[in-house]
Design a protein around this ligand. Structure first.
Ligand SMILES: Cc1cc2nc3c(=O)[nH]c(=O)nc-3n(C[C@H](O)[C@H](O)[C@H](O)COP(=O)(O)O)c2cc1C
Length: 312
């Protein structure tokens, strides 16, 4: 097991990405999902455990069963796009194992919403399913919300307005965000999360707008954009440990003005961080991504196990 972890940490990123996907499909359950563990609540929905998989690991819903077996309290699929999209050419992923960080410029590859719906329909889902959607204009977000509104298994829709690869309109702009939420609310009353970037935003205005709609929370945050000439698109998003302090700082700013529901995402590798985020910053859920990219589903198993032992 230790050798496998070391391999996942240091091998070529695209290779480990594929290997991890294959390995994850064959993982066997370790948790009795009927037992409550560390209960929490987001936008009126109860969660058995606050820790789960964030967007980017299971873009198309191929790994729902695998992560249900890790004890995760929820599972995020996505980003899901309306139509199939290849994403950026390689290289599009770079790892910094010593810093527990990554830079990615995947470019939103997706097998499209039809494929995702087939996966959701064929699986007996025992966890709270969150679908993260992305679009290149407001109309695409609205179309996806209309589709997922009719899918009972989807409990929450997360709007990814913060992909570092977006060009053109910036949905963090208050007027555009208000327009997006107004139009989305015309097609769905499901709980919504707005996933924002960690820098260069007017967080007060964003919070104010989200609070003016019913059942809308924030996911803080996506990776932060940097120039990356070694990646095909020239721009990448930094994720992993360097993001943690930035995320805490931003959530603190939100907490100074509001008790809006917040999902934390960025640089979480340990149960100690989860407890800090829950106790100090009153977050409802914690999403994990880069830790899984390095360790596979073992990351979630380890964090959940440690968390449970501290809550007993
Ligand atoms: C390889 C990779 C792919 C990602 N893809 C998506 C995505 O499709 N949609 C999205 O909203 N965020 C995506 N993210 C961002 C993560 O969901 C998360 O916000 C960010 O990586 C910070 O969390 P972490 O430090 O735990 O990785 C991706 C991140 C990585 C590393």
């Amino acid at each position: 097991m230790r050798r496998l972890r070391i391999l996942l940490k240091y091998a070529h990123p695209e290779v480990t990405h594929k290997l991890a996907h294959i390995a994850m499909k064959y993982l066997t359950p370790t948790h009795d999902l009927s037992e409550p563990h560390v209960e929490t609540e987001l936008l009126g929905i109860k969660f058995r455990c606050p820790v789960g998989v964030g967007a980017g690991i299971d873009k198309n819903g191929d790994l729902i069963r695998t992560f249900q077996a890790t004890g995760a309290g929820f599972h995020v699929i996505g980003s899901v796009l309306l139509r199939r999209r290849e994403g950026n050419p390689h290289p599009r992923l770079y790892r910094y194992p010593e810093r527990l960080a990554m830079i990615n410029a995947m470019g939103l590859p997706s097998k499209g919403v039809k494929y995702v719906l087939q996966n959701i329909n064929k699986i007996n889902i025992k966890t709270n399913l969150i679908v993260n959607i992305a679009g290149f204009d407001i109309g695409e977000f609205v179309s996806l919300c209309k589709i997922f509104d009719k899918v009972d298994k989807v409990k929450v829709i997360e709007l990814n307005i913060s992909c570092p690869q977006y060009r053109g309109i910036d949905l963090h702009e208050p007027d555009l965000l208000e327009k997006l939420l107004t139009m989305v609310r015309e097609v769905t009353s499901k709980p919504l999360l707005v996933k924002i970037r960690p820098r260069n935003i007017d967080i007060r205005k964003i919070v104010h707008i989200c609070e003016s709609f019913k059942n809308v929370g924030l996911t803080i945050s996506n990776s932060f954009p940097v120039k990356a000439s070694f990646l095909s698109s020239g721009i990448g998003g930094v994720s992993g440990l360097p993001l943690y302090k930035l995320v805490c700082k931003l959530i603190k700013l939100v907490r100074d003005i509001s008790d809006i529901d917040v999902v934390a995402c960025g640089g979480v590798f340990t149960s100690r961080q989860v407890i800090e985020l829950m106790k100090m910053f009153k977050v409802s859920l914690v999403q994990v991504v880069t830790a899984i990219a390095y360790e596979g589903p073992f990351a979630i198993m380890r964090i959940v196990r440690d968390l449970e032992s501290q809550y007993q």
